[in-house]
Every structure is written in structure tokens, then in C-alpha cells.
Design a binder for this molecule. Sequence first.
Ligand code: F58
Length: 839
Amino acid sequence: DSASRGEATSEKLWELMAEYIDTEKSTIQKAIVAHVEYTLARTRFNFDKNSCFKAAALSIRDRLIESWNDTQQLFTAEDKKRVYYMSIEFLIGRSMQNALINLGLEDKYREALEEVGYKLEELYDEEVDPGLGNGGLGRLASCFLDSLATLDYPAWGYGIRYDYGIFRQMIVKGYQVEMPDYWLAQMNPWEIERSDVTYDIYFGGRVEKKWENGIEKSNWIPNEIVKAIAYDNPIPGYDTFNTINLRLWKSMPTNEFDFQSFNQGDYFKAIETRQKAEYITSVLYPNDSTPSGKELRLRQQYFFCCATIQDIIRRFLKKPREWEELPDKVAIQLNDTHPAISIPELLRVLVDKYGLEWQRAWNICYKVFSYTNHTVMPEALEKWSVELFERLLPRHLEIIYLINFHFMNQVGQRYANDPKKFDIMGYMSLIEESRPKAVRMANLCIVSSHAVNGVAALHSNLLKTQLFARFHEYFPKKFQNKTNGVTPRRWIKCSNKGLSDIYTKYLKSNNWLSDLYETKNLMSYIDNEEFQEEFRQAKLQNKERLAKWVEKECGIKIPTDAMFDIMVKRIHEYKRQNLFALYMIYRYFNLKAMTVDDRAKQVKRVFMVGGKAAPGYIAAKKIIKLINSIGDVVNNDPDIGDLMKVVFLPNYCVSSAQIIIPAADLTEQISTAGTEASGTSNMKFVMNGAIIMGTMDGANVEIVEDIGIQNAFIFGARVHEVDRLRVQSGAPAGSRLQRIFDAIKSGTFGNPKELSSLVESLEQHDIYLVKSDFYSYIEKQEEADAVYKNQDRWLKMSITGALNMGRFSSDRTIHEYAEDIWDLESVEIPKPSLSAISR
Ligand code: F58
């Protein structure tokens, strides 16, 4: 009968598939060779390293597709609630090593490749690094996907497949120069184009009203249509068969309007319209922290929201259901406000397309959405001019007005007897009555979501007490904290082999990779000399690897017996790379003033700074130039030699982070208290044995809570002192700092015409309290030197930090989101016992 025939066929299929993905060395080799020959059409005469990388990657993708298909099938069969993580950025980084580690196949592939003449580690370097994000926010999204997959949660990521990622930074004569990052020039072996998954996306036009059975109906008549096409990127979990999907949308023209133009005989106009459609997903906006306000950016946002909502609804409607079930099947997490238009979009679909009443649609929507805020800086909050909104998304603006109408009514009632009623309403309104009027996207998210969270305890408290205080008063239960985390798979296992081997050896298992709290158990070895020596050696090897990289990329030789003091992150005044630079100058002057004998007693230091400045951020670009100018002077001063080096690490990105971070002895996390929402490099550094030189800001606070404040160098104003100090920020610098200011202004480091303005802004406004924190900073830096001279003590601080970072695994973070916000259950796929079937 047909049922048994069906089963027989699938058993045969199983057998064949199992043979293809068993983990025998020869199976791996055959798959790679087949891809070289038949996918890449190469012969043994032009089989080179890059084609070997691609073929190996494709063979890994084959395995991922296997587990990914099974995962999706099971999610559908079990019909559990799914979470959709919507982010306009995913800073994925390279995939090959991560995939092999998560599949547990790194050693097997290494062996298999070695036999055919290739070194796995060299193939890793052939991969492009997809930079589809700016910084912390984008990288957090990717760490979250790794944890979602690892913890077997039914999850999807949704974002944009930009043709150009974050620009490649070159340093020319000390200046940042931006180069386009066309990362798709070579085939992307990981993605799967889904030409069958496309949606129409509308823009512009007008809204038509008509009355049906006493109800006003709205019909959006757009005047532009583009198509969204899906590209799927399998994301494997660690030590599980689960593989989730990151779906990235690319824009394409539709044929819809062509006919009209062709009829009018305007061939070139028709082509132009098509190009405009493709343009939407061309380029990632390189701004961090300040919103762009450009029309194309709003188009990007709506484009990816609209496609995503259609995709989610289609999946939901695969079975016949009540709309009220939507929140039982769907949770949507908004990574900052960039995907906020999903809210009016879902409402529009429910009301206009499926005919739900407003209140019913609203109740559903409210339970579906939740919103994460990543900054307290008011200038970073997204606003869109009402005029632009109306032109591009007229129906969405109406819906936003409607949300606001209901909300303002409620606020008005609640504060009916408050003399400040109208101020409060003006403050909480989704519309800013400025000129021009603007839509406040954060307010839209807060009002329409059932949960709002900050990304570290300090940050979440500031949201409640300052930035969103009125909203917190109104919705006290809505506000939560979810302290960020990072994935130990990429940030320890992939990037720090030495440390990983130590953990696995002393813990006698790999469990620490899925439960980072386990490393704490190694504290009993803190005085064990063998353990200490291995830890020291691992750090030294990482420093040697970085020194090689620096010599190759910057042409500077750095001594590996020096303290490596590193600050890598986007360049921003609030992060205070300028404070770090001032300290370098201070140290240089001190060294210069010493006798040769005294100099010989000093701790050697290599100062390293890496990070991109937004192309239009003049002050940030000047800071880069200043650091390079300091390097020019210091590195070429024969009095100084190896005592001090200053290096600017060009083009900081995920793949270079994996080399840089494990090599640090000291890490600068020195933002003004209350400005850095969390920071995530702080976590990566400490996990890899670096000690924090930092302020009580963002997640630094919780890190020192767990590792012990005595195991970090903490300085500067605390958050409750900042407001008061800002009032006094016009105060003079004090003589030691003034001397440094004067040196910059007189041209000791670089051209004073260019760089003086950096100093002047500190002399006058100093909103980030560089002057007032400077002296406690140099004091702590001296303390760091003193401890470094006692290598035993330094090592113990470093080990204690690394071993106590359990809380900062993104697994912990994701588990909390699942419990407290998404109400999500995991679905584990049984691992197919391949050998049982195929042999
Ligand atoms: C970062 N934000 C925070 N924004 O600055 C950092 O403290 C935090 O650790 C991290 O998020 C993760 O929560 C950030 O990276 C951006 O890059 C945006 C990109 C789009 C434009 C606005 C800024």
C-alpha cells in the first residue's frame, strides 16, 4: 500500500543522506572534491586555496541544510511558539570555523584537508567577513542567534542582505579613508537564495476611504512596488542538531509598472525605476549612535519590516486559526527602533487586509511585540519627519495617529487633575510637535509593546528613572533588564585555542562551552603553578599572534613582553578614546623626563586603538588622526624604543577582533558613567583574561560585581555624580593636563590647525567629563603598572576575571528573554543516529 511505499522510499532516502553526511574522513574529502569539480567547475590544475575554501564551505553547508531542514520541519510539526528577532543589522563575522565547532567537526575537517594538502586555519583566512552591522548592536544580534540555536529555541532572525556592508577602513597618512565593502564579489557559500520566497512591498500613493456596513474601510493605493527576495543563512547551534534560520531580504524590481512606462515609450525611465528598487538594500548606513534621517533609510526599514510581517503571517496561516492565537505562536523582538514600523504594519494587515476591528487588532499586536533599547543618549533616538512618513507610508502614519489618539486619551484621563497634564501628554506623545513635526519611534515602541528592556542593569535603571521616566510611571511593569552577553563559542573557543584547551583539560569536558558558569570551578587551581603556567603561555601565544598581525598590517614591530593595553570599539566622544590618547601623551612626557636608569625600571606598554568613525563624524575622525600622530612621534623616538608603542589597528571588524581581544593584558572600557548602555567587548576581553581599566558604566558594573572589584581598575565619576560635574565642566584642566593640551595645540602631535579643536571642545564644554576624570584615570593607570610589575598578582587577577564570567554568556541572556518576555519553550531535535542507518 501507499503508506508503506512512502516509508520505504523515505528509508532509502535516509540511507543515502546519512551516507553523504557521515563523519568519515573519506566522506568529507569526497564531498569537498565533488564541490570543487562540479559546483566550482575546477580541475586538479587550478584547484587552489580559495576554491578549496569554497568547496569545503559548500560541503559544510550541505550538512547545515540537512539539520536545518529537519529543524524547520520539527518546528512546524510541533507548532510551538516561535520568536522572531528583527534587526536591521547582523554582524555575522566569518562562518566556517564557527560552523565546524558547532557541528563538532573541526578536527575531522582539519585531518581530511591535511591529507589533500591544505591547512584548515589557512582556509579560514580565505573567507570574507560579512560586515552587515555597525558595532555592538549588530554583533549582539548575531551572538543571540548562536545562543537561540544552541538552546534549541524555535527562533528566526530577520534582517537585510546589504550588498555593501560597513566600509573598509584604511589609514592613509594617519587619516581614516573609507572604501566600499562589496562583500559579495566572490560567491557567498553559506546563503541559500529563495527565489520562491518573494513578497511585494508598496510605497507612497494615497489612502482611499469607503464605508462598508457602517464601518470606515481604508485602502492604501501605493504608487511604487518593489519585490523582496529571501536569502536564508543556516545558523547551527553548538552540540545540538538544531539549526535555525537567518532570513535576509534583498530588494528587486517588479514587472508591475514596467508595462506602463514601456507603453509611454520611456524605456530609460522604466530601467531607472527598476534600479531604484534594487537600490533599497544596497548599502548599510555607517552611522553608529546617530540616526540618519534619510529617506532611503526609512525605505530600508519599511522594506524589511513589511517582508518579514508577510512571511510571519503566511507561516501562521498555514493552519486554520483564530487571530487571537497569534501571540501564542509569535513573539517579535525589536532590536532597537529600526524595525518599529512592523507595529503599524501588523496593525494595517490585521485591520485593512483581514478586516479585524481596531481594538481586537491592537490587543493582539500588543502581546506580540517587545522592544530593546540600546542607548540613553537623547540625540540617538530615532525620529522621522511627519512629512516624509506621509509621503512614503501614508496609511502607516494614519495608524500611528490612531494609536496616539487612544493613548493620549488614556494619559489625559490618568493625569486629568495634574496641573502638568498637557506637558506630560506632550512628552509622551508619539508625535513631537516640533517644526517640522516628527514621529518618535521609541515612544511608538514603548506604547505598543508588552515589554521594554535595557541591556545592562545600570542602563535599564536609567531608562526607568530618566529617559523614559514618565512611561515607567505609567507602565511600571513593562520595564525590564536583560543584561547583554556574548557567545563563548565564537569569543573563547574560536578565538582562543590555548585557553579553550586549558578549560577542557582541567574540567575534563567541553561542557563549559554550553554552561560558562562551569569555568568558576577552576578557581581551585588559582594557586596551581602548572595551571598558571599554561594560562600564561596561552596569553603569550595570543600576543605573538597579534604582534605578527600588527607587523603585517601596520609595519610596526611590537614587543610581546610589554603590557598590551587595548581599546577597540566604534570611535565616539562618549566612549572617550580621546581620554586614552591624553594618557598616552602623559606617559610619553613622563618617560622623556626620566633618566635612562629610571626609564629602564618602567613597565613597557603597547597602546593599541582600533575602530571606525562614522564618515561624517568630524571629531571622531580627528581622534583617529591624533592617535596616529602620537604614534608617529612616540614610535620613532630613540629615547623610548620598546618602552612604549602606539598603534592604530586599521579596519577593526569581527575577524580582527578574534585576534586582537585574546591578546590583551589590559582593556580600556572608559566611557563616561551613564553613557555606554552595556558594552560587549568588555565581556569578551575579560573572558579572554584581560583586566578592565574602566568606569562604573554599562555592564562594567555587573562584571566587577561578579569578578570582584579588586580584580579591575575602576576610576572616575559615578553615574550619580555626573550631572553635578557637568555643570562645572568649564573648569580649567589642571597643570599636568594643560601641558598636554598645550602640546597638542602647539603641534607636538600632528597639525594643530586640525587637532586643536579637539582640545578646545574639552576646555570649553567637556560634556563627557574628560577633564574631571583625568586625574583619577592616571592614578589607576599607575596602579596598573605597579600590579603588572608583580606578574604573579597580575596573573591571578586575570585568571579570576576569566573564570567568573558565567553570567555574560549570551546563553544566560537568551534564556532570560525566553522566560520573561517571549514565553518560549525549547524544541530539541533528536540527533539522527546516522551510523545505525547507513552501516
Ligand atoms: C550599542 N549600540 C551600545 N548602536 O552602544 C552598546 O553599549 C551595547 O552594548 C550594544 O548596543 C548592544 O546592546 C549600538 O551599537 C548602533 O550601532 C546603532 C546602529 C544604527 C544606528 C543607530 C546606532
